[in-house]
Design a protein around this ligand. Structure first.
Ligand code: HAM
Length: 422
């Protein structure tokens, strides 16, 4: 029997992890600067949090959740996204009492039962930012700025932020009616999915990528023409902030996003203004979610970036190579006695913080010296049977080939001196 990872799941090997760490580090730096505090929430949450928060009629809740019932009968779900978990935590941990706004950030795996394809996995990694307790449009622009800043600091070029406003509970219900009555005129020409969406979640028709639906939606009224005064002013101010921050954005009146909690601002960031490959990140404002999940009414805004997609892009675009592994010192041992005595010596070097490499399972000296050269070691320590008997060791300066003998109890100090450490 040959076992493989489950469909849509993958192992992350060293090269992937180096890129993942680089992306998370870039986020951490910007999060620190803007004073976002890190949060970790459990992988499993009560299913209701996503059913209510993400929304019953979203693809995520309808088709994509990995859910289970515990032996005790609790219905739990592996988080498909962080936002409802962060809001649950905000309420549960009394963060509503903290000075506002509360800025939180996170990074970790999410799970969605989607059809696996390039850049789309069933276990994928997000990092994200949430600001709770502020309603001003400058907050929305700051969230966009933070996401853009991370991608930019990683050297990703040709980024575009697509923005839209999907209104609020005051203006959206009326727009929905207008939209439905317009779409009904072309009902028979809509794709099967959109026929269903029209009943349950008509705004999602605007998001459909099917060609026939694209044509129909272009003839529909646009939400930006139906915003209430508050939403209109909020959106106008956001665009002004983005303009003055120098962020390249494009207005996309069909951008609605597949999560139900958004109010006012929604946005997605992608390369070359194309969302067809899937966006690198997205987010928006969600002023009603805290109340919906049982908290006091609290305006909020946030976004998440897809770490897997950013890593794929960095790999493809910049041909990002893993930095060559290097060592300052190489310990070459020959024979059983030398190997035995090496273990205590290795510990001495580790405690002295010396970057040392070795291979315990090779006996040929020339093979070990070749490895030392490949690792660009400055010093090789040669430890053979004779040296081990006399508690001595040979120090070889790799650049000149010069060798000298020293005693085992002085070797660490001697190496430090040659490396000019401390
Ligand atoms: P989302 O658009 O569903 O938003 O996901 C954000 C990002 O996660 C996407 O732009 C994409 O890069 C990545 N992503 C999503 N699904 C997959 C997948 N199957 N495989 C690989 N990458 C994927 C949210 O999750 C919201 N919680 C964002 C947010 C935060 N809104 C407000 N605050």
């Amino acid at each position: 029997m040959k076992y493989q990872t489950a469909s849509g799941m993958r192992d992350l090997l060293e090269n992937d992890l180096i890129l993942f760490n680089k992306i998370t580090k870039a986020a951490e730096k910007i999060a620190d600067f803007y004073r976002f505090k890190k949060i970790e929430t459990p992988l499993l949450e009560n299913s209701e949090i996503f059913e209510k928060g993400t929304g019953l009629f979203t693809d995520i809740v309808e088709k994509e959740m990995f859910s289970l019932v515990t032996k005790g009968g609790d219905r739990l779900t592996l988080r498909p996204e962080f936002t409802p978990s962060v809001v649950r935590s905000y309420i549960e941990n009394g963060m509503q009492a903290l000075p506002k706004p509360v800025n939180l950030w996170y990074a970790g795996p999410c799970f969605r039962y989607e059809r696996p394809q390039a850049g789309r996995f069933r276990q994928f990694y997000q990092l994200g930012f949430e600001t709770l307790g502020a309603e001003e449009p400058v907050i929305d622009s700051l969230i966009i700025l933070v996401c853009y800043g991370i991608l930019d600091s990683l050297g990703i070029k040709n980024l575009t932020v697509q923005v839209n406003s999907i209104g609020c509970s005051a203006c959206r219900p009326y727009f929905k009616k207008v939209l439905v009555s317009s779409l009904k005129k072309s009902f028979n020409s809509l794709c099967q999915d959109c026929k269903k969406r029209l009943k349950k979640n008509p705004l999602r028709v605007l998001d459909c990528k099917e060609e026939k639906c694209e044509r129909i939606k272009r003839a529909c009224p646009q939400i930006l023409d139906h915003l209430c005064r508050d939403c209109h002013n909020h959106f106008k101010a956001l665009l002004e902030f983005l303009e003055s921050a120098g962020i390249p954005f494009a207005l996309n009146p069909y951008l609605v996003r597949g999560l139900d909690y958004y109010t006012k601002t929604v946005f997605e960031i992608s390369q070359d203004a194309s969302l067809s490959q899937g966006s690198l990140g997205g987010g928006g404002r969600y002023d009603d979610l805290v109340k919906l999940l049982g908290g006091k009414p609290t305006p909020a805004c946030g976004a998440a970036l897809g770490i897997d997609r950013i890593a794929l892009l960095l790999k493809k675009e910049k041909n990002e190579l893993v930095p060559q592994e290097k060592a300052d010192v190489f310990l070459a041992q020959v024979g059983e006695l030398a190997k035995q005595k090496s273990l205590a010596l290795l510990e001495e070097f580790r405690k002295a913080n010396i970057n040392l490499a070795q291979t315990m399972n090779k006996d040929s000296l020339s093979g070990q010296l070749k490895m030392a050269a490949k690792l660009e070691a400055k010093i090789s320590l040669i430890f053979g049977h004779q040296e081990a008997l006399k508690s001595e060791i040979i120090l070889r300066e790799m650049s000149s080939g010069k060798q000298k003998i020293t005693t085992l109890n002085k070797v660490v100090a001697e190496v430090k001196k040659q490396l000019k450490m401390g």
